[in-house]
Ligand binder design. Structure first.
Ligand code: NAP
Ligand code: FE
Length: 362
């Protein structure tokens, strides 16, 4: 069955924000800019947004305190500032963290009677308009309806349960030019994991396969420079578009087991999101019983053998971390009970098999 939906306007290219500044006028009259503490001030993205807003005579308020893996507490703080200042749309600038936070803030501002911890239980809440300016090439949040939030009370990260697609996303690879190699690799591995989990997915169909295959080919073209540690503009551009394509893919069919297995590795062990998934990948892919599709992956990535794909995955996800038996037991139990993620995995998988994936990876 095919069920394709992608309402986000995607505008891409160098200087796209200044060229298409009038897009902001379609979103509202006063903006809340939501970003992280440092990077958007250094990579030019915040400056370009401010210039564009000035050009359109749009007022704004800046909230620049979003941390990695954003918490409900920080989201509440930004919401309060947005409400006090009567903002009517949001511009999220940065990696997945500020853009995801923007989607949650957008829901809370539109629905003032819903407390933040309740949004996970409610259905179909609407948001005010959101614009996204990604500066990493990994999450694809600029083209997904998801937002992943850290909920300290439950000691986990989880999707907010609503569907908020940005109205417009501006993709300018220039902002990612000076991204440190560690962040570049970790976010690139996140994009790869979206492509693979969308390809090896119970809901995969002829249309999602076309999207996944083109994304995997594009990602594969970046491997040589990722390994060398120096990325040209053209490769940064390919990575950014591969990540957006991966977002379009998971917007249709979701991620699967590695994403669910990676969340505790981020929450309890502090691994960056992409590495937390990626470190499990060699074992995850080996766990598949139906080998046919899995063995197409190296071919789509332009690699000569399955072995070289495993070598590359290991190189990109080296971590110094050992899990205890109790930790592996708790994490495996939690994913074995996560119906949403298991549903997307195209085969049955047991607690014991999940345990083995963690044990053999870490
Ligand atoms: P991030 O958490 O947004 O940012 C990671 C770090 O990179 C921060 O220190 C940030 O600095 C820095 N940074 C961002 N852009 C930079 C640039 N251009 N140059 C230099 N440094 C830069 O990282 P992310 O991996 O993009 O996002 C991860 C979050 O997205 C996780 O919470 C994950 O669960 C979520 N996610 C969401 C989806 C979805 O569909 N919604 C999918 C996958 C993952 P500053 O803090 O100073 O900005
Ligand atoms: Fe992800």
């Amino acid at each position: 069955m095919i069920n394709y939906y992608m309402p986000t306007k995607i505008l891409g290219g160098k200087n796209i924000i200044l060229e298409k500044a009038e897009e902001f006028k379609l979103l509202g009259k006063k903006a809340l800019i939501v970003t992280g503490k440092i990077s958007s001030k250094k990579n030019g993205s915040l400056n370009d947004v401010l210039k564009a807003l000035e050009k359109c005579l749009i007022e704004y308020v800046l909230f620049d305190e979003i941390e990695e893996n954003p918490s409900l507490e920080t989201i509440d703080k930004a919401t309060e500032i947005g409400r006090k200042n009567n903002i009517d749309f949001i511009i999220g600038i940065g990696g997945g963290s500020p853009i995801d936070a923007s989607k949650v803030i957008g829901i809370l501002i539109k629905n003032p009677d819903v407390p933040s911890e309740e949004i996970f239980m409610r259905k179909n809440l609407e948001s005010i308009n959101i614009a996204a300016v990604p500066t990493t090439s990994g999450t694809g949040t600029e083209t997904t309806p998801y937002a992943i939030v850290t909920v300290h009370k439950e000691k986990t990260k989880k999707n907010f349960g609503q569907k908020v697609f940005p109205k417009v996303s501006f993709l300018d690879p220039s902002y990612s030019m000076n991204m440190p190699l560690a962040v570049t690799v970790s976010t690139a591995v996140d994009a790869l994991s979206h492509l693979v989990e969308g390809y090896l997915n119970s809901n995969a169909n002829i249309l999602t396969d076309a999207i996944a295959e083109s994304g995997l080919r594009l990602w594969g073209e970046c491997i040589v420079e990722l390994l060398a540690g120096e990325l040209s503009f053209s490769t940064r551009e390919k990575l950014m578009y591969a990540s957006t394509i991966a977002g379009i893919l998971i917007a249709q069919i979701g991620t699967s087991i590695p994403h669910g297995m990676g969340y505790p590795l981020t929450y309890y062990k502090g691994l960056p999101h992409g590495i937390a998934n990626g470190v499990l990948y060699v074992e995850y892919l080996r766990s598949f019983k139906n080998r046919e599709r899995v063995e197409k992956l190296p071919f789509l990535l332009g690699l000569e053998s399955y072995q070289s794909m495993e070598d590359i995955l290991r190189t990109f996800t080296k971590v110094d971390l050992k899990l205890s038996h109790e930790e592996i037991h708790e994490f495996s139990k939690s994913i074995a009970e996560n119906k949403a993620k298991l549903q997307n995995h195209p085969e049955s998988i047991t607690y014991e098999e999940l345990y083995e994936i963690y044990k053999n990876s870490l």
